[in-house]
Design a binder for this molecule. Structure first.
Ligand code: ADP
Ligand code: MG
Ligand code: MG
Length: 254
C-alpha cells in the first residue's frame, strides 16, 4: 500500500529578487496502483510542484503538507525523502562528471537500503534494466548525463526508477525531447514500474502524447499554481482538442 497525499500546498521559488509564490494551494491524493497525470500550460508551476516535493533547495514550501503513507516529508532532507520512498525524475537532469552510471546507481541503491547491493545480482539487475531501456551494457560506464542525448537522459532516469523501485515516483516531462521509439521504451518502463500495483505515480506533462502509452487513472489540469479541474483519461483528449485557454482565462478572472 502506498498513498501520497498533497494537502493545500503553498510554495515559493527563491529568486535573486526574493521569494515568489508559485504554488497556491495544491490538493491531490494518489492511492496505491494509481497513475495521475498533471497537465498544464508552460509556467503554471508544474515543475515547481515536483521540485518542492522533492526538496530542491531553490523551492520552499510555505504551508500545507505532503505525506507518504502518513509520514510528513516536507521537513525531511532530500536524502530522507528518497529513503522514505520518493523518487523524482527531473525535467532538466544534472550532469555528474566523473561518476559512472553504474557507480551512481550503486551509491543511490546503497543509500536507500542502508547496505551495498550484492555484487553478482546487482550487475545482472543493472544490465536488465538497461536492456529494458534499449541501452547497451557499455552505457553503465559512461558519466551520468555527460553528453547524453535527450533520449538517453530519460532512458537513464527510467532505468534508475526501475532499479531503485521507490514507493512513489514523480516524473516531470518524461516525454520531452523523445522521439517515438524512445517514448515507447520509456513509457513501457514506467508501465512496468506502475503495474506492480502498489506504487503511486505522478506524471507531469505538457503534451498528451505520452498518455497514449501511459494510461493515467486521473488527469488534473494545473493552472497558476493549483489544480483547476480533474477527470478521467478522457479529460486529456479534451485538453488535446481545446488547449488550456479556457482554464487560463477562468483562472485570470478568478
Ligand atoms: P512549468 O513547469 O509548469 O512550466 P515552472 O514550475 O517551471 O512551470 O515555473 C513556474 C513559474 O516559476 C514560472 O513563472 C517560472 O518563471 C518561475 N520559476 C521557476 N523556477 C524559477 C527560478 N529558479 N527562478 C526564477 N523563477 C522561476
Ligand atoms: Mg490555500
Ligand atoms: Mg516544467
Amino acid at each position: 500500500m502506498t498513498t501520497l497525499v498533497i494537502k493545500d500546498l503553498h510554495g515559493d521559488v527563491i529568486t535573486e529578487e526574493g521569494n515568489k509564490e508559485i504554488l497556491k494551494g495544491v490538493n491531490l491524493t494518489i492511492n496505491s496502483g494509481e497513475v495521475h497525470a498533471i497537465m498544464g500550460p508552460n509556467g503554471s508551476g508544474k515543475s515547481t510542484l515536483a521540485y518542492a516535493i522533492a526538496g530542491h533547495p531553490k523551492y520552499v514550501i510555505t504551508s500545507g503538507s505532503v505525506t507518504l503513507d502518513g509520514v510528513e516529508i516536507t521537513d525531511m532532507t532530500v536524502d530522507e525523502r528518497a529513503r522514505a520512498g520518493l523518487f523524482l525524475a527531473m525535467q532538466y537532469p544534472v550532469e555528474v562528471p566523473g561518476v559512472s552510471v553504474a557507480n551512481f546507481l550503486r551509491t543511490a541503491k546503497t543509500a536507500l537500503d542502508g547496505e551495498a547491493p550484492k555484487v553478482r545480482t546487482w550487475v545482472k539487475d543493472v544490465e536488465k534494466v538497461l536492456a529494458g531501456m534499449d541501452l547497451d551494457k557499455s552505457f553503465a560506464a559512461r558519466s551520468v548525463n555527460e553528453g547524453f542525448s535527450g533520449g538517453e537522459k530519460k532512458r537513464n532516469e527510467i532505468a534508475q526508477l526501475e532499479l531503485l523501485n521507490p514507493k512513489a515516483a514523480i516524473l516531470d516531462e518524461t516525454d520531452s525531447g523523445l522521439d517515438i521509439d524512445a517514448l515507447k521504451v520509456v513509457s513501457e518502463g514506467v508501465n512496468r514500474y506502475s503495474e506492480q500495483g502498489d506504487r503511486a505515480v505522478l506524471l507531469i506533462t505538457h503534451y498528451t502524447r505520452i498518455l497514449r502509452y501511459i494510461k493515467p487513472d486521473f488527469v488534473h489540469v494545473f493552472v497558476d499554481g493549483r489544480i483547476v479541474d480533474e477527470g478521467g483519461r478522457e479529460l486529456a483528449d479534451k485538453l488535446e482538442a481545446n488547449g488550456y485557454e479556457s482554464y487560463v482565462k477562468a483562472a485570470a478572472n478568478a
